[in-house]
Design a protein around this ligand. Structure first.
Ligand code: FA5
Ligand code: MG
Length: 452
């Protein structure tokens, strides 16, 4: 049902990390996103994303875990979706959610795109892969079209473990992990027939339970490490710092490539924050990768989410800042983690709110074949991206403040409120007015809306 026309001025080819790709009508990567492919914040020494990666890597040591940090962001739709069991009509495949170079080539939306390749290589019993990932998404202080994930996986080979007893082998490995004394809420059973099923054709209940226990302890130890470092830094900087007990909980989740699946949430600033997804690897992935005798688990962590907690960084745009007032606060930490400090915000510049209201073009006017006047080929992420393309990092958030359908004509009207605010300077009125005018023009030009 996707039918967007190729963007105006679309290049016939693009270059990502020195490799040239041919575009087609599916191409939808804006220049600011394309430029991010060379940044690799997770590899930039003393950058908070890289420091966070280093701390997590220290909890998954070699030789059990082999680390990969330089995989190319351009993957096939097969690697990103099909190999993982995403159904053909999954929403994540839409051009409104994913950046395509051409119909079969995209910027990976998650590090799981490399699972098949890494399981097939089987260079070790476990791996970690950190990388930049790309998603069309909303605009606010915790979302950015580029962010970083770390994926981890661990396998056990049925034939290689003593007596062929996988359960015993997993518990023996679990016994080598430290314990911790953080309160973890984990109210659900290890698997549940409908909500979070056992892969009954492949795993005994005891095997799934053992895999889940090893996975959960490994990740709890990671979170405990992050928070003990965050607390130590806070206590050093603030003599009045009061230690708030860390609260963590496991919730049931769904991913096409794991079952049972969970998400780990951390209680932070009065709310539960999701920091990772994980689960028992779907056996078809290991079978397709040529290692049907292995069983295991996998996880995917949002590195910025963890870094925001660790350093108390309030806005995700800051990670992309080249401002020395930001970067200098982390100098020397990559080589000596004991130097880690919480981020001290520099002054906050004024916000400037501007609204834009418009009537949507109806799908029939847009060339769609649905003649119902109230059907629109509108996706909010298109508005988000237009604002990002015009305002770059000078936009803090964009939110829908009003929506209205005309009772007679069925036409739909939307009003978005844009908060223009730079992290680095006070924006002048002429600057914000000029950006807002360009946003209004681009909405008309690219989405065919009628301004109100
Ligand atoms: C995934 O991407 C799965 N591939 C994770 C996984 C791997 C599950 C292996 C099972 C096995 P999800 O879309 O929930 O799942 O993203 C994982 C994490 O990335 C989230 O928990 C969050 O910490 C982070 N994340 C997701 N979207 C964003 C975003 N727009 N900005 C910043 N961080 C994000
Ligand atoms: Mg999630």
């Amino acid at each position: 049902t996707q039918q967007a026309a190729p963007p105006q001025g679309k290049p016939a080819t693009i270059v990502v990390n020195g490799k040239t790709y041919t575009t087609d009508a599916w191409f939808n990567v804006p220049p600011n996103v394309l430029a991010s492919t060379s940044r690799k914040l997770h590899l930039q020494k003393d950058h908070p994303v890289a420091i966070t990666r280093q701390i997590i890597e220290s909890k998954f040591p070699a030789p059990t875990y082999k680390t990969h940090n330089n995989f190319d962001p351009v993957v096939s739709t097969f690697e990103n979706f099909d190999s993982l069991g995403f159904p053909p009509d999954h929403v994540g495949r839409n051009r409104s959610d994913t950046y395509y170079i051409n119909q079969t080539t995209l910027l990976r939306t998650h590090t799981s795109a490399h699972e098949a390749e890494l399981f097939r290589a089987h260079a070790s019993d476990g791996y970690l892969i950190s990388a930049d990932v790309y998603r069309r998404d909303e605009v606010d202080r915790s979302h950015y079209p580029v962010f970083h994930q770390m994926e981890g996986a661990r396998v056990w080979d049925r034939k290689a473990v003593p007596n062929g007893d996988v359960v015993a082998a997993i518990y023996a490995d679990l016994a080598t992990l430290p314990t911790h004394n953080v309160k973890v809420d984990d109210p659900h059973p290890p698997f549940h027939a409908t909500r979070n099923p056992l892969q009954a054709e492949h795993h005994s209940p005891a095997e799934a339970e053992a895999l889940g226990a090893h996975l959960k302890r490994s990740l709890e130890l990671m979170v405990v490490e992050i928070f003990s470092r965050a607390k130590a830094a806070a206590a050093k900087q603030d003599p009045d710092y009061v230690d708030e007990p860390l609260r963590v909980r496991w919730v049931e989740a769904y991913f096409p490539f794991t079952s049972p699946s969970w998400e780990l949430e951390v209680y932070y600033a009065g709310d539960w924050l999701e920091v990772l997804g994980c689960g028992v690897t779907q056996q078809h992935i290991l079978t397709d990768a040529g290692v049907p005798g292995q069983v295991g688990w996998a996880f995917g962590i949002g590195l910025e989410r963890i870094a925001m907690l660790l350093f108390q960084i309030p806005d995700i745009r800051l990670f992309w800042s080249q401002d020395n007032r930001f970067l200098s606060q982390f100098t020397g930490v990559s080589d000596d983690l004991a130097k880690l400090k919480r981020f001290v915000p520099f002054s906050k510049y004024p916000a400037c709110y501007k609204d834009v209201s418009f009537w949507l073009r109806s799908a029939s006017a847009a060339g769609g074949n649905d003649k119902a006047a109230n059907k629109h080929d509108f996706h909010e992420n298109d508005v988000m991206e237009i604002v990002r393309n015009v305002a770059g990092d000078d936009v803090e958030d964009v939110c829908l403040v009003d929506e209205f359908t005309h009772p007679k004509t069925g036409r739909r009207s939307m009003c978005y409120r844009i908060n223009y605010r730079s992290l680095e300077k006070t924006l002048t009125h002429p600057e914000t007015n000029a950006m807002h005018d360009r946003v209004r023009e681009a909405l008309v030009e690219k989405l065919g809306v009628e301004l109100r």
